[in-house]
Each structure stands twice: as structure tokens, then as C-alpha cells.
Design a protein around this ligand. Structure first.
Ligand SMILES: O=C1O[C@H](COP(=O)(O)O)[C@@H](O)[C@H](O)[C@H]1O
Length: 263
């Protein structure tokens, strides 16, 4: 794990989404060149969706062999597969329906119409992760994990002051009584998220400013789940100016605010 977290600030949501998309397309081509395939964890939320739309709109999207990319999700809302609340439905509409993916590499969480109960669904996703894990591991090696951040600092469906953020054993949890609707959800846990080589947190808007400020000031993970996120190689915060408004002054140094290419 690296303590190295970097923040890239962009003027507004549109330029932010375009910049993340450009960086993602470059990086994913490099990863496929290097490893022959790539594994990506998608997020729900406003910037997650805006990012996928920007990838769809980019002419560079055709430089990627999408059949080599595996897609997983960081969390899902426990609703019917046809519900507009589903993170995977939003991702399909924003990007996946528009590119030549290999359906066997797309790994949505189960839905309420799967015939499974919530706990069976979290166990089924854990089993699917294990099925695609390298020898001796319980889940795949993720190359890039996208995370949205809620105004309360939640990531995936790991909410402040709830047991899920402290889960250290299970790779996947069932969430009940979520403070954000819908109340029932499924989520990867922090150990799985933090095993990712790169974690890209994507957030925009004034309502995220407090969460980002507290995250970078190393608030307690229990109170601000985003503060516990560390990718193994790189942890990048892609933010707009509004979201960056409450980053503590002592952290707004050239070392932290970074515009290099080494993502
Ligand atoms: O419910 C969720 O919310 C968060 C953040 O969403 P946003 O709209 O405030 O950006 C998202 O990261 C998570 O995947 C989703 O299930």
C-alpha cells in the first residue's frame, strides 16, 4: 500500500469527465499491452456515470480492445435488474452497450429478480470474485477501481459509522438500512477495494467539498470512509474546483495538487 494520494483539480464537471476519460483510455491501452487484459471496477453516482459517458463520446475509445476488459462493480442497489437505480444499468446505458465487450467479462451484482435473497446475493458475488481470482487469492487483481464519494464521505456502499466500513474478512457485504436510498445494497469491502492497483476517486460539486476536505485531512475511516482508501500503486482524486473548496490549506501544495501523467 502506498500513502501517496494525489489530487487533480479541474475547472468544472464537464472538463473533469473529459480528462478522466482521456487518462483512462490511455492507461487501459497500456495495461492491455502489458498484461494482455485489464480488470476495472466501476462505480455508480453522478461522476461515475459522467465519466463513462465521456469515454463513450471520446474518439479514442476505438483504440481500446474492449473484449480484453473485465468489468466489475464496487457496489449495487438491491433492486430489480430493470430498475433505473441499478448502477450496472446506468453503466450499460452510458458505455457498455456502445462498445464491443465480451459479455463473459461483465460481472454485475445479482438483482432482486435473481431468485436470491440479499445474503445469498452477496455470497454469490464473493464466489464469482473467487472464481476469477489468481491462484491462492479470493478476488481478481483489479487494475483500476473507480469510486464515487457521497457528501457524507461514503464510498461504494460503505457508509459512515456502519459496520460495513470495518469489515475485514468478507469481500462482499449485504447492506441493510442504508442512509441513502434504496435501503438494501451490496458492496465490496475496503480490503478488496484497497487491493486494487490504482484507485481513481471521482467527485464534483460543492456538496462534496466537506467530504473531500476531511478525507485529505485524514479523518477517521469510520466517520469518513473515503479517508481509508489507498490503492496499491496509486490513489488519485479527480475533482472539480467546487469539490476542492475545503481542502485544508496546508495540503494545497504543488506536491499534492499534481498534473503529471503517471497515473
Ligand atoms: O449510491 C451511491 O452513491 C455514491 C455516490 O453517488 P453521487 O451521486 O453522490 O456521486 C456512489 O459512489 C455509489 O456507487 C452509489 O451506489
Amino acid at each position: 500500500m502506498t500513502a501517496d494520494r494525489r489530487v487533480l483539480v479541474h475547472p468544472d464537471k464537464a472538463s473533469l469527465a473529459a480528462s478522466i476519460a482521456a487518462r483512462f483510455l490511455t492507461k487501459i491501452v497500456d495495461i492491455i499491452d502489458e498484461k494482455g487484459e485489464a480488470s476495472v471496477v466501476l462505480t455508480g453516482g453522478t461522476m461515475g456515470q459522467a465519466t463513462l459517458e465521456a469515454i463513450r463520446e471520446s474518439p479514442a475509445r476505438d483504440s481500446v480492445d474492449w473484449s480484453k476488459v473485465s468489468f466489475w462493480w464496487g457496489d449495487e442497489r438491491w433492486v430489480e435488474s430493470s430498475s433505473d437505480d441499478r448502477n450496472d444499468k446506468q453503466a450499460r446505458e452510458a458505455l457498455l452497450d456502445h462498445i464491443a465487450i465480451d459479455p463473459s467479462r461483465v460481472h454485475p451484482f445479482p438483482s432482486t429478480d435473481s431468485g436470491l435473497e440479499l445474503d445469498e446475493a452477496s455470497a454469490a458475488y464473493a464466489a464469482e470474485l473467487a472464481e476469477h481470482a489468481p491462484e491462492g487469492a479470493a478476488w481478481p487483481e483489479f487494475d483500476i477501481t473507480f469510486l464515487g464519494v457521497g457528501p457524507d464521505g461514503h464510498i461504494a456502499s460503505l457508509f459512515p459509522e456502519r459496520g460495513g466500513i470495518r469489515e475485514a474478512e468478507k469481500p462482499v457485504i449485504s447492506v441493510r438500512n442504508s442512509p441513502k436510498p434504496p435501503p438494501e445494497r451490496l458492496s465490496l469491502t475496503l480490503p478488496v477495494i484497497n487491493s486494487s492497483l490504482r484507485i481513481w476517486l471521482v467527485l464534483a460539486g460543492a456538496d462534496k467539498a466537506s467530504a473531500l476536505g476531511l478525507t485529505l485531512a485524514d479523518a477517521s475511516v469510520n466517520e469518513v470512509p473515503a479517508a481509508g482508501v489507498r490503492g496499491r500503486r496509486r490513489t488519485l482524486f479527480f475533482v472539480d474546483k467546487e469539490a476542492a473548496a475545503e481542502v485544508p490549506e496546508n495540503l494545497t501544495t504543488p506536491g499534492l495538487f499534481w498534473t503529471g501523467d503517471d497515473a
